[in-house]
Write a protein that binds this ligand. Structure first.
Ligand SMILES: Nc1nc2c(ncn2[C@@H]2O[C@H](COP(=O)(O)OP(=O)(O)OP(=O)(O)O)[C@@H](O)[C@H]2O)c(=O)[nH]1
Ligand SMILES: [Mg+2]
Length: 654
């Protein structure tokens, strides 16, 4: 994002005032009671400002200066695709924050990847001015893999719009995000979206949501983010219901870092919620955790581009460019205070628990430092990512990375490819297994750490899964869950036709495409959420993949005995589909315990070496074909197959 100079900011700031209280002229005109008026005149004589008025004047200045009374901070939360970013578009239009010329669908989804995939990956704050209020909105992602973005943005606001798609009803992330918002004591403004859809079951959804929140049906707004129906009423509700931020203006500066990004000129840019006090452009500040002092390079608010401003006060959401060049020194959840101050840091955030691990290696080993740099900068923008360097014989130096899910892993890998232009070798994502050897326990993060000998005991992580579905898909969903070693627990009902199925499921089954399978059989109507349960014993084996006879350790994975054949077949078929053909035929083999359990072959790409011959002597043609055959044989003997980075991503998804 590029910084824009704040040309219109002064007029905006003027709008911070609450006109009635802040206008000194009106204060003078306000009529004191008759006897009071006499008394005041007696005491002070003409030409003196009455003390009450003086108080109001000071109060007005106070409000003007801090914007205290007029800020409303809120997020939009919902299940994936229920229309959060589209609703944000309407708000941006309604408040005139983005001109109609610049407007495009899901305006706040500014990353190429977000636009290509049609999903929000990053939270995005934006400041709007409307009806004498400053409205700081944060659009959040709906996919479960990005829930850390949601929980961080919740700590920066006082209210949340909870959207529910009228065609789909309450879904898993509706419940999960509502829970998070309740824990933060946010005021919830419920709304049913997409009422324009022909298949909308608006009244049913209103009943379900009213029951869930224990509020009257009438309090739930019915809107269409697409055509704008009732959107302005919803924004009025935000103004009415979201509490003003509690302002501790006189208290020392405390700014919560809820997000950050790296800029090669301005260093780390911290996205902050000023919880108390104020920060002026000229102040020297300090990062509580790393104890690093810095001068402010630039500060301001989100438009959603950066707009610079001289001061940020309690209650406001904005950014502070720290000039700090080492990404590790600025941590999300840390508190910015004044240099020299001993103000106690805010509580910060709970570290996210990675669910999935994969190793990332630079294809060119010289890119190791570049990859490290790229991961550190990405972590600023995505603190749910964790990484640690590791060395493997076959692959050299790389990083073991922890992710919240496979989509998260895929997005990070793609961002490294695009933003840092590093070709990667990516190992198959894996959960963390536990083994016991010689009486001691060991965690296994990737297949390469699996011991040669069968371990004394092996365990895998299990999760508790809640699956929300219309009852008509129950049968098909149960079939899926039976095929993945899941254990049925119970059924709960929400509304008349919808239920929550509760299962215990091995986590490795969840990360291998369960989400897509569930969406597929339920036509997108079922949704799921899960949380870690416990480790349970399992019969596990290591499966290796050989391409053209050589072991490709990035594709090795740990599999339960009974699923080895099925998974081996899947990988070799996927490789056959995605690997580009070579000049020689390439065998693909899945091997468990020294036995080939699945095999495919990619046929050789035949180059037409005789094409330029016409008619005449056949022996010339044969000679050329013989030469080609010999060449291919040699190639095959030396033959190693280069695996393009795209193939790792494709296998990853399968
Ligand atoms: N018919 C109709 N479609 C809508 C409405 N609101 C959003 N959509 C469509 O729903 C799809 C998802 O909308 P988004 O705004 O990207 O949803 P989101 O909640 O931001 O999605 P994530 O950020 O990925 O969780 C898009 O195709 C929108 O055009 C609506 O009111 N009516
Ligand atoms: Mg979105």
């Amino acid at each position: 994002m590029r910084a824009k100079k704040e040309t219109s900011a002064p007029s905006r700031d003027r709008r911070l005032k609450k006109p009635k209280k802040a206008n000194p002229k009106k204060t003078k005109k306000s009529k004191p009671k008759k006897n009071q008026k006499k008394q005041t005149q007696k005491k002070l004589g003409s030409g003196h400002v009455p003390s009450g008025a003086l108080f109001i004047l000071i109060f007005a200045f106070f409000c003007y200066d801090t914007g205290e009374m007029n800020i409303k901070n809120f997020v939009i939360i919902a299940h994936i695709d229920h229309g959060k970013s589209t609703l944000a578009d309407r708000f941006l239009e309604l408040t005139g924050s983005v001109s109609s010329r610049k407007m495009r669908p899901q305006y706040l989804d500014s990353m190429d990847l977000e636009r290509e995939k049609g999903i929000t990956i990053k939270m995005q704050p934006v400041r709007m001015v409307y009806k004498n209020y400053i409205l700081n909105l944060v659009d959040t992602p709906g996919h479960v893999d990005f829930s850390y973005e949601v929980s961080r943005s919740l700590a920066a606001v006082e209210g949340a719009i909870l959207l529910v798609d009228a065609g789909k009803g309450i879904q898993a992330q509706t419940l999960a995000n509502l829970d998070l918002a309740k824990k933060q004591n946010l005021s919830i403004i419920p709304a049913i979206n997409k009422i324009d859809l022909p298949q909308a079951k608006t009244e049913e959804c209103v009943s379900e949501l009213a029951k869930l929140l224990d509020v009257p049906k009438e309090s739930i707004l019915k809107i269409s983010a697409k055509n704008g129906a009732n959107v302005s009423q919803l924004l009025d509700e935000v103004i009415k219901k979201v509490p003003e931020p509690s302002i501790e203006f006189k208290a020392p500066l405390k700014a919560l870092i809820f997000d950050s990004m790296y800029d090669s000129f301005k260093g780390v840019i911290a996205y902050v919620r000023i919880v108390s006090g104020e920060a002026k452009k000229t102040d020297r500040l300090k990062l509580s955790a790393s104890k690093e002092d810095f001068d402010i390079k630039e500060m301001g608010y989100f438009n959603p581009e950066f707009v610079s401003k001289e001061k940020l006060s309690a209650g406001e959401i904005g950014y502070i460019a720290t000039g700090v060049k080492e990404p590790g020194k600025v941590r999300v959840g840390d508190t910015i205070i004044l240099a020299g101050s001993d103000a106690k840091p805010l509580a910060g955030y709970k570290e996210p628990e990675p669910m999935v691990f994969a190793s990332l290696y630079p294809e060119d080993s010289n890119d190791f430092d570049m990859l490290k740099d790229s991961l550190s900068k990405l972590k600023l923008n995505d603190p749910a990512l964790i990484f640690e360097s590791e060395t493997k014989e076959a692959l050299g130096r790389g990083f073991r990375c922890g992710f919240l899910g496979t989509l998260h892993a895929e997005i990070i890998s793609e961002r490294i490819l695009r933003e840092s232009n590093i070709n990667l070798i990516i190992s198959t994502p894996s959960v963390v297994y536990k083994i016991a050897e010689k009486g001691s326990e060991k965690l296994i993060y990737s297949a390469s750490e699996w011991p040669e000998q069968k371990p004394e005991k092996s365990e895998e992580p299990w999760v508790l899964m809640e699956l929300i579905t219309p009852s008509s898909y129950m049968g098909k969903l149960m079939d899926i869950f039976n095929s993945i070693r899941a254990v049925y627990k119970e059924t709960k009902y929400i509304g008349t036709d919808r239920m929550i199925l509760v299962y215990e499921v091995p986590l490795r089954e969840v990360i291998t495409n369960l989400y897509e399978k569930v969406k597929g059989v339920s036509q997108g109507f079922a949704s799921m959420s899960y949380s870690f349960l416990e480790y349970k014993e399992a019969d596990l084996k290591k499966m290796d993949i050989y391409i053209a006879g050589s072991l490709e350790s990035a594709f090795s994975k740990i599999v339960p005995e009974e699923k080895a054949y099925e998974e081996g077949k899947n990988i070799v078929s996927k490789l056959k589909e995605t690997l580009p053909p070579q000049q020689f035929s390439v065998p693909l083999q899945a091997v468990v315990g020294g036995k080939v359990i699945a095999r495919e072959t990619i046929k050789a790409r035949r180059k037409d070496v005789t094409g330029y011959l016409y008619g005449g002597d056949y022996s010339r043609k044969r000679k050329l074909l013989e030469k080609q055959k010999k060449g291919k044989k040699e190639l095959k003997q030396k033959g190693s197959v280069r695996i393009p980075p795209k193939v790792f991503l494709e296998v990853f998804r399968s």
